[in-house]
Design a protein around this ligand. Structure first.
Ligand code: MN
Ligand code: MN
Length: 287
């Protein structure tokens, strides 16, 4: 069993990178990629935790992009977590999102709700601050009784605290991943809700930028999704990867190492991915 898509406390998961490695080891996972949102901050701790264990750690990231107004995530594998261009772009994004927080809080103030920046930032526990943390702060203050209610009344599109999210373009994300020595994979394509023609047009665009794979065996994909995206991957010569999108207790129904249709994720896809990473590094080194 392997895992190529999971989150730690560095973004919105509940296990630290070390705890996640421990869980992976206890499950007999052989290859592990930690893919926190817009951060490579957990890679080193995970590598230390792997230590002498029999786990191949693949440094990863899940970058947030926007495509035609829709959110689109790109997974990066085999990246150098210290790559200067990638690190600078991620740090810049954190700053832009912090500015967004200020705007959200100003919007809420106009609706008569006072929140302090610090109380929201604390809830993000060092990760990327986003709407879920503002929602949690509103729950804590007793303004609303649930995160869902916070989104409905205050943070959703058209509400006083709504500010569009700052994101990368898909091309920027792919180029940053590739530039950091990694390979880029389109995450959970089901969520894009594109028809076949639209998806083909998307692949044309992303493959020009260097896309290497599609996350076919995603835990929330149906049998129909799997068949459909397998077909696209085969037609385009793209890698077909998979992952659970484990978030710990934040999404308790998702289990580490389990992909589409409740099946354990297979080692062969990690091996194919590692081959592609090696080829990308060779190419980057000018070989
Ligand atoms: Mn995602
Ligand atoms: Mn994810």
């Amino acid at each position: 069993m392997i895992e190529l898509h999971c989150h730690t406390t560095v973004s919105d998961g509940t296990l630290t990178p070390g705890e996640l490695v421990e869980l992976a080891a206890s499950l007999g996972i052989t290859h592990l990629a930690i893919t926190d949102h817009d951060s490579t901050g957990g890679v080193k701790e995970a590598a230390r935790a792997c230590g002498s264990r029999d786990i191949v750690l693949i440094p990863g990231v899940e970058m947030s992009a926007t495509y035609q107004g829709r959110p689109m995530d790109l997974l990066g594998y085999g990246i150098d977590p210290d790559d200067p261009a990638l690190s600078a772009a991620l740090a810049d994004m954190v700053r832009r999102r912090a500015d967004r927080l200020g705007e959200m809080l100003r919007g809420l103030r106009s609706a008569g709700i006072e929140l302090e920046e610090d109380e929201v930032i604390q809830l993000a526990a060092g990760g990327v601050v986003g709407r879920p943390h503002v929602a949690q702060a509103l729950v804590r203050r007793g303004v609303v009784s649930s995160v869902a209610e916070a989104f409905d009344h205050y943070l959703g599109r058209g509400r006083p605290g709504y500010v569009p999210k700052e994101n990368f373009t898909p091309e920027e994300a792919i180029e940053l991943i590739t530039g950091a020595g990694g390979v880029a994979v389109l995450a959970h394509p089901r969520y894009l809700k594109l028809d076949d023609d639209q998806f083909r047009a998307l692949l044309d665009r992303l493959m020009d930028a260097g896309l290497a794979g599609i996350e076919v065996y995603y835990s929330q994909h149906t049998a129909e999704d799997v068949a459909r995206f397998e077909r696209f991957a085969r037609q385009r010569g793209l890698l077909a990867t998979g992952g659970s999108d484990f978030h710990g207790a934040n999404k308790p129904e998702i289990r580490l190492g389990i992909g589409a249709l409740g099946r354990p994720l297979d080692e062969t896809m990690a091996e194919a991915l590692l081959e592609r990473i090696a080829a990308a590094r060779h190419k980057k080194a000018g070989g």
